[in-house]
Write a protein that binds this ligand. Structure first.
Ligand SMILES: [Fe+2]
Length: 349
């Protein structure tokens, strides 16, 4: 272990704030410095939204956890989001960020924005840098709010939003490309009473269907004031769950990186969405979002939101041992499609 003086901060014009060690330093030295300077990370997050610790000798998930706990001593490990995740640390608090296939893009989002108490902080770290692409883009959702047409903001606020998710039963085989997990994977139990208790706490309406299937329905507002500053933040998951979100996101990926592979997946995503819309009712879709009264949100609205997100996107290639700390109340994260091995891990508080 090498003693750490004051971290050397390179001020960035846009997020994330890049922090390099002044001299060779490992995760233990970094976490000790953070413990000795309580409030420093919180202050930086308030003004910058996200921090990137780069160049520290971070060797795996246990190192990620000690740095995370130096900033937020109490981590959480209940995950109600869409991505399949695997626990990677013995403690059970560091997970793979997403086990979704490499071609699958994740539009930037505020983690678990649809839950009663979304995480305050996220800690991502790269243990295996992707061979090609696969960045975790960051987006300031205060800027997304400001960039959106006020008429759209008003319309969504007036009409309210509804998220619909359908999950297979534990003994069914998943057949739907859009279904990411079974409800037993989501809630880590087969006990319906436990599921119903969690749903009541989170404000999800749980509807049991044939073959032990489960639908979750929840209503939301599009904007949440930042809990510390009161600034309006575009804080919802419609651009992840809406049936057209996947191909609209892929179109932006394709524009950013015009490859044959991205073209193929964009065309495939567009065709699949059109087919699903024709053949499956809104309430039976694996994932979809409507206005609160059940009427359809125009695809052009979702497209506007995704364009505002891409206007504010910051894409930084991963380096091994990077740790990114995010103020989840302000800044969203996503995942760009990739090729080759890649491991990005996550903890949250
Ligand atoms: Fe996420």
């Amino acid at each position: 272990m090498t003693a750490l003086a004051v971290p050397f901060v390179i001020s960035s014009p846009r997020l994330p704030l890049l922090i390099n060690p002044g001299a060779a330093s490992d995760a233990t030295a970094l976490s000790q410095w953070l413990v000795d300077n309580p409030g420093w990370a919180g202050e930086q997050l308030r003004s910058n939204g996200a921090l990137l610790f780069r160049g520290f000798d971070v060797r795996g998930v246990d190192d990620v956890e000690i740095v995370a706990r130096a900033i937020e001593p109490t981590l959480q490990n209940e995950y109600l989001g869409s991505s399949p995740r695997l626990p990677l640390s013995k403690s059970g608090y560091v997970f793979s960020a997403s086990e979704l296939p490499d071609f699958y893009p994740l539009p930037a989002h505020n983690e678990m924005s649809f839950t009663a108490n979304p995480p305050k902080r996220l800690f991502f770290s790269c243990t295996i840098p992707p061979a090609r692409f696969g960045e975790t883009p960051l987006v300031d959702f205060r800027a997304v709010y400001r960039d959106l047409d006020p008429a759209l903001r008003e319309r969504w606020a007036q009409r309210g939003l509804r998220i619909i998710r359908n999950y297979s039963g534990p003994d069914e085989t998943k057949k739907d490309f859009f279904e990411l997990k079974k409800w037993t994977e989501m809630f880590s139990t087969r006990d319906r009473a436990v599921v119903e208790r969690i749903c009541a706490r989170e404000g999800f309406q749980a509807v049991w269907k044939d073959n032990d299937r489960l639908a979750l329905i929840s209503t939301h507002q599009p904007v949440r004031p930042h809990p510390e500053t009161g600034e309006p933040v575009w804080f919802n998951h419609i651009h992840n769950f809406h049936l057209d979100a996947g191909h609209l996101e892929y179109f932006q990926v394709l524009k950013h990186r015009p490859t044959l592979r991205h073209l193929r997946y964009w065309l495939l995503a567009r065709a699949l969405s059109a087919w699903r819309r024709r053949t499956v009712k809104a309430e039976d879709q694996s994932m979809h979002a409507t206005f609160a009264d059940g009427s359809e949100i125009p695809t052009s609205d979702v497209d506007q939101v995704i364009k505002a997100i891409w206007k504010n996107i910051v894409i930084t290639p991963w380096q091994k041992g990077d740790i990114v700390v995010i103020d989840n109340a302000a800044v969203g994260h996503g995942r760009l499609p990739f090729q080759g091995p890649r491991e990005v891990v996550v903890a949250w508080a």
